[in-house]
Design a binder for this molecule. Structure first.
Ligand code: HEM
Length: 392
């Protein structure tokens, strides 16, 4: 291992008692109480038609890291970069630790770690601008956007997700180390959902406004999921990939808390307790379809005209997006890392966001402060390199 090598070269190993045994030497590790270990050892694997981390079960911890390519990075350097990334991803997600990982113990319990890689407009242009789909560009500006320049765009995106923040932090550091000669970090966004084990697997997440968030969402098992989310052969080098729109949305929780419960429920059109639509009985399941035609005896709509779900709902089935958001809460600010996947943001995310930008009572308490669009690369098989179809 490189770490031991450095120690030996400096002659410190023996003097400082540095561990120099070969990796996987059978050292027994720290003492551990007996008992079932529910998921630390879970490795999801990274190979397939699609990259892991998009339809795999939503993990508890999420980190998006964006990089800007160094000016001198050309096609040859990108090929090397993707080869290094591929090896790192294979090692880190399997728990085997990549080559020259000085802390392989931190990679040994991946806790369902996935690493998903996307590219921004600048990276594709470095290869050949003619290969860049029209949607791979900054989104059109929306009236209510307040982008502050701290979490926008990027040439390369690495999305790490795991049920334990320790292997996630380690993986992010290993990738960062190996990417440094190709790219500089631009921004990081750290997010979370409920801890694994706090709710039955498959429970819809709650956001920091307390709402059940993610109920009406295309499911991977549905017939039209592929045509909504995964790019096909027409997309050339992106076949098997997808488009990610990531928006950093700040929440004003102090003023939100001042609204009474009925007001908060009417803002969304759903109940806080169980996520059921206001048009269904109070104890209805969150999956009961919302009835947008339902009216009160007064004639007013049960789901108000300004309610978030009425404005976000698409009549056109091809306009839907696959949402996979996470919460953030740092530096005295809370909000949502709103992430959605689709074939074409200009036909899917943008018309929905235009409606919300125009009218959505939720806007009183949320502000979009960051925005990025990335092409999530197609998946890869063992022996293949991530991004090969782009570089070829
Ligand atoms: C539905 C919250 C931003 C698109 C919902 C629901 C909640 C919610 C609680 C109802 C449950 C569900 O189906 O998931 C929020 C919050 C946001 C936010 C707190 C900002 C902080 C957005 C944005 C978009 C969006 C930016 C897309 C442009 C949708 C869609 C639905 C939905 C498509 C389902 C509508 C339907 O019933 O057909 N959101 N949302 N949301 N949201 Fe949002």
């Amino acid at each position: 291992a490189a770490g031991a090598g450095v120690g030996a070269a400096l002659g410190l190993g023996a003097a400082l008692g540095v561990f120099e045994g070969p990796r996987g030497s059978g050292a027994s590790g720290p003492s551990r109480p007996d008992g079932p270990v529910p998921f630390g050892g879970e490795a999801l694997g990274c190979h397939g038609t699609h990259q892991a981390g998009i339809v795999t079960r939503a993990a508890a911890h999420v980190r998006f890291v964006a990089y800007a390519l160094r000016p001198e990075v050309d096609g040859g350097a990108l090929e090397r970069m993707f080869r290094v990334l591929t090896g790192d991803i294979e090692g880190l997600t399997s728990g085997a630790a990549p080559l020259a990982d000085p802390e392989p113990e931190l990679a040994a319990r991946p806790s369902a770690l996935t690493i998903t890689v996307g590219v921004g407009p600048g990276l594709v242009d470095r290869v050949d601008a003619a290969l860049r789909p029209a949607w791979l560009a900054p989104l059109p500006a929306f009236e209510r956007d307040r982008l502050d320049g701290r979490h926008d765009g990027g040439d390369l995106l690495v999305l790490l997700q795991a049920d334990d923040p320790l292997p996630l932090a380690h993986a992010a550091r290993m990738l960062d180390r190996d990417l440094r000669s190709f790219a500089e970090p631009l921004w990081t966004q750290q997010g979370f959902r409920q801890a694994r084990g706090s709710e039955p697997v498959g429970t819809t997440m709650r956001n920091l406004m307390g709402q059940v968030d993610g109920t009406v969402n295309p499911a991977p098992a549905e017939d039209d999921f592929d045509s909504l989310v995964w790019l096909d052969d027409e997309a050339g080098w992106l076949a098997g990939g997808t488009a990610l729109v990531l928006r950093r949305i700040r929440m004003e929780l102090d003023t939100w808390d001042q609204i009474d419960r009925p007001g908060r429920e009417q803002t969304i059109g759903r109940r806080l307790a169980n996520g059921s639509p206001l048009s269904a009985p109070a104890d209805a399941d969150e999956r009961t379809p919302a009835d947008f035609e339902a009216v009160h005896p007064t004639g007013l709509p049960v789901i108000p005209s300004y309610a978030h779900i009425r404005r976000a709902h698409s009549e056109d089935p091809a306009e839907r997006i696959f949402r996979r958001s996470a919460n953030y809460d740092e530096g005295g600010e809370s909000g949502l890392l709103f992430a959605c996947y689709q074939r074409d943001p200009l036909r899917q995310f943008v018309p929905i966001q235009r409606r919300l930008d125009e009218l959505d009572l939720l806007n009183e308490w949320v502000t979009h402060t960051g925005s990025g669009v990335f092409a999530i690369l197609p998946g890869f098989a063992a022996g293949e390199t991530l991004g090969a179809a782009l570089i070829a």
